[in-house]
Ligand binder design. Structure first.
Ligand code: HEC
Length: 246
């Protein structure tokens, strides 16, 4: 999976891959719904009956890679961290999958623009709208205040516990130091740890294969917020707002 994303990054594509492909199944089911509704209203087939089934099957075929890529993005960009939007997306994509299969079965029984069939298409559209909405929640996480930051804090906490805590328990020697004053100096410090005078430090370097930029961002936020909390002895931290990207 890492190889796949590194390959994309080499090609100049460093975004999640799930969002672009979502438009295919969404577009297909929305088209089916609109034609179904209109046919119901004018009481005439606006789309040849077999077309509904074919479009629904196409939507189902594209839904599979869409779900798979969504899962991969979640593992890669969010480190498989559970959050409310992620749970909703899992549930809704399951519902969408079942509804689509029901629609295809109905189409097979020659129900293409009956009230029942159109209701199923409508429920599909509601499901994809919900999926889109909560996808947006995930994407804009980190550009909002409290809740989004808490996500990157929990990722940062995990990374810290694994990579830093063995040598820096309780943020010792980390919080409040010069490299933490801004993100760029923190990132270059992680990649090549040096003392302020340029001489090397007895600390291992964390290259991009060991610690990706997105993890360094989460780490940076975690250390700064947690460091402030420790400094003010347990008082609630003042949460810095601002985008997740440096
Ligand atoms: C194998 C041990 C080791 C690991 C793992 C390690 N460090 Fe260090 N780190 C050190 C040593 C040694 C120093 C320098 C001596 C000191 O802190 O007193 C240091 C210093 C630092 C400093 C202070 C630099 C300065 O200018 O004062 C920061 C910040 C830092 N480490 C961050 C991290 C972070 C973040 C991680 C995890 C990604 C990490 N370190 C993992 C050993 C380690």
């Amino acid at each position: 999976m890492e190889i796949f994303y590194h390959f994309l990054q080499k090609m100049g594509y460093d975004h999640p891959v799930h969002p672009p492909i979502t438009h295919i199944p969404i577009g297909l089911i929305v088209a089916v719904f609109i034609f179904g509704c209109l046919s119901l209203i004018v009481r005439r087939e606006l789309l040849p009956a077999p077309a509904y089934r074919r479009i629904n099957i196409l939507a189902l075929l594209f839904l599979m890679p869409t779900i798979l890529l969504g899962y991969m993005d979640w593992m890669y960009f969010y480190r498989g961290t559970w959050s409310f939007p992620v749970t909703v997306k899992f549930v809704l994509s399951g519902i969408f999958l079942i509804l689509l299969i029901i629609a295809i079965i109905l189409n097979g029984k020659n129900e293409t623009h009956s009230g029942k069939a159109v209701m199923v298409y409508g429920l599909c559209v509601i499901a994809v709208t919900g999926l889109g909405y909560y996808g947006g929640e995930l994407v804009f996480m980190g550009t909002e205040k409290e809740h989004p930051l808490s996500e990157s804090l929990s990722i940062g906490e995990k990374v810290y516990a694994k990579s830093c805590a063995p040598c820096h328990p309780g943020l010792k020697g980390v919080a409040g130091t010069k490299p933490l004053s801004d993100f760029d100096s923190f990132l270059s410090f992680m990649r090549d740890p040096r003392k302020p005078d340029g001489s090397p430090l007895p600390m291992p370097a964390f290259s991009a294969d060991k610690l990706q930029d997105c993890d360094v961002i989460a780490l940076f936020r975690y250390i700064n917020v947690e460091g402030r909390r420790v400094a003010s002895r347990g008082a609630r931290p003042a949460l810095p707002a601002g985008p997740l990207k440096p």
